[in-house]
Design a protein around this ligand. Structure first.
Ligand SMILES: NC(=O)C1=CN([C@@H]2O[C@H](COP(=O)(O)OP(=O)(O)OC[C@H]3O[C@@H](n4cnc5c(N)ncnc54)[C@H](OP(=O)(O)O)[C@@H]3O)[C@@H](O)[C@H]2O)C=CC1
Ligand SMILES: O=C(CO)COP(=O)(O)O
Ligand SMILES: [Zn+2]
Length: 352
C-alpha cells in the first residue's frame, strides 16, 4: 500500500516591494483573520515600522495592541503569550529582525494563533520560515514553530536598515550550497530523507543570488528586493522539506557553536558564510569550490575571515572541532574533526 504523506505549510500572501508596509491591512484582511491584532516588535523596528503598522490598524477601526520586546529569550516569548492572552488577541504580527519575528512565531505556535511576518531587516531566512530560534541552555538551532500566514517585506524599510544586516542575509543564502551538499551526503551515508525539490530550490536560490551579486550594493533598494526574494525562496525550501536541512548544514553547526562560545559575536549570516568556506573545503578539497564561496561572500562585502568576524583563531578552531555535537544532524564534519585537521582547513582557506 502507498503510505507516503506530505504536508507543506507555506505563507498565503508574500508581499514584497517599495512601500508595501502601507498595504498591511489589505494583505491581512485577505487572510480572514478575526479579533484584535497584537503587534510584536523590538525597539528599533518599532520606531521604523511597528508604530506605522499599529496606526494603520487604528485608522481601519481595528483595536490593535502592541508589545516591544528587548531580547531573544523564552521570557520574552512568555511575555508575548501573557500579553496576547490578557488582551484576547486574535492574531499576531512580528515586526523586526529575527529576534522579534522568532519570538512572535513561537508565541503564535503556543497560542494557536495566526501570525504575519513583517521583516525590517533582510538578515537571514528565519524571517520567512516556520522555524523559530531562541537560545535556551546549550540549544541554539531552530525548532519547528508557526509559519507566517503572510510576509510583508517593504524594500524601502529594508534598504534603510544597516547594510551589514543585508550582507548577513546574502551570506545565509550563499551557505545553502554547503547545506545542500551536507544533506546529500547524509542521504548517501545515513539514508536521511532527501527532498529533490527542496534541495534543488535551495541550491538554485544561492545560484541566483550569486549571479546577481553585481546588483547587490549599499544604497540600492533593488539589493533588498533581490535578497528578500532569495530569503523567501529559501524559507519555502525549508517548508517543503519540513526541516531546516536545505539551508542548514555543517556551516550552521559551526555558527551555532560560535554563538555558544561568543554570545555577542557576529551576525548569524556572517558566521555561517565563513563556516561555509571551510566546509566547502572539507567537501571538495584544496582545488575545490571553496574559493567560489569566499569570492561570492567578498563580492557582497560579507566577512571571509575570523578577523573580519571579530572572533579569535582559537575560538574558530574550538567551534570547528566541537560543532558536530550541536545536534543530531549528519554533515561533512562526521563524528568530529581533529584539531590538526581544523587548523589545516581554517589556514588553507585563509579564515585564520
Ligand atoms: N528562525 C531561524 O531560522 C533563525 C533565527 N535566528 C534568530 O534571529 C535572531 C537574529 O536575527 P537578526 O535579524 O540578526 O537580529 P535582530 O532581530 O536582533 O536585529 C539585529 C539588529 O538590527 C536592528 N534592526 C532591525 N531592523 C532594523 C532597521 N530596519 N533599522 C535599524 N536597525 C534594525 C535590531 O534592533 P533592536 O535591537 O532594537 O531589535 C538589532 O539591533 C537571533 O535571535 C537568532 O537566534 C537566526 C538565524 C535563523
Ligand atoms: O538558519 C537557518 C537556516 O538558514 C536555520 O537553521 P538551524 O535549524 O540550523 O537553526
Ligand atoms: Zn541560517
Amino acid at each position: 500500500m502507498f503510505e507516503k504523506r506530505t504536508w507543506i505549510r507555506l505563507p498565503r500572501n508574500v508581499v514584497v516591494g517599495h512601500g508595501v508596509l502601507g498595504q498591511t491591512i489589505e494583505a491581512v484582511s485577505e487572510l480572514h483573520l478575526t479579533g484584535r491584532p497584537l503587534v510584536v516588535s523590538s525597539p528599533t523596528p518599532h520606531d521604523v515600522a511597528g508604530k506605522r503598522v499599529v496606526a494603520q490598524f487604528e485608522d481601519e477601526g481595528y483595536d490593535p495592541s502592541e508589545i516591544v520586546i528587548e531580547e531573544a529569550s523564552f521570557d520574552a516569548v512568555q511575555q508575548v503569550i501573557d500579553h496576547a492572552s490578557d488582551i484576547d488577541a486574535g492574531f499576531l504580527l512580528g515586526v523586526g529582525g529575527g529576534k522579534a519575528i522568532d519570538i512572535t512565531k513561537m508565541a503564535a505556535d503556543d497560542l494557536g494563533l495566526g501570525f504575519v511576518s513583517v521583516p525590517t531587516a533582510a538578515s537571514h531566512d528565519g524571517i520567512v520560515s516556520g522555524r523559530g530560534s531562541v537560545p535556551e541552555g546549550d540549544t541554539r538551532h531552530s525548532v519547528a514553530a508557526e509559519p507566517p500566514l503572510a510576509v510583508i517585506a517593504d524594500t524601502e524599510v529594508l534598504a534603510e536598515a544597516p547594510w551589514r544586516l543585508t550582507t548577513a542575509g546574502c551570506a545565509d543564502i550563499i551557505s545553502n550550497y554547503t547545506a545542500v551538499r551536507d544533506w546529500q551526503l547524509a542521504h548517501r551515508l545515513k539514508n536521511v530523507h532527501y527532498s529533490e525539490y527542496a534541495g534543488a530550490l535551495s541550491q538554485m536560490t544561492a545560484e541566483m543570488l550569486v549571479e546577481s551579486a553585481d546588483s547587490i550594493k549599499q544604497g540600492l533598494e533593488e539589493s533588498s528586493w533581490i535578497v528578500v526574494k532569495a530569503l523567501v525562496s529559501s524559507g519555502v525550501a525549508m517548508s517543503i522539506a519540513d526541516s531546516s536541512r536545505p539551508a542548514s548544514g555543517a556551516e550552521h553547526l559551526f555558527s551555532h557553536q560560535l554563538d555558544r562560545l561568543v554570545p555577542d559575536g557576529a551576525l548569524h549570516g556572517h558566521q555561517v558564510g565563513v563556516g561555509s568556506i571551510m566546509t566547502e573545503y572539507l567537501h571538495s578539497g584544496q582545488k575545490g569550490k571553496w574559493r567560489d564561496a569566499r569570492d561570492a561572500l567578498a563580492a557582497i562585502g560579507a566577512p571571509t575571515t575570523a578577523d573580519e568576524l571579530g572572533i579569535d583563531d582559537e575560538t574558530v578552531i574550538e567551534a570547528l572541532t566541537t560543532a558536530h555535537q550541536i545536534r543530531d544532524r549528519y554533515t561533512v564534519l562526521g563524528d568530529g574533526m581533529s584539531e590538526e585537521a581544523a587548523i589545516e582547513a581554517a589556514t588553507v582557506t585563509g579564515v585564520i
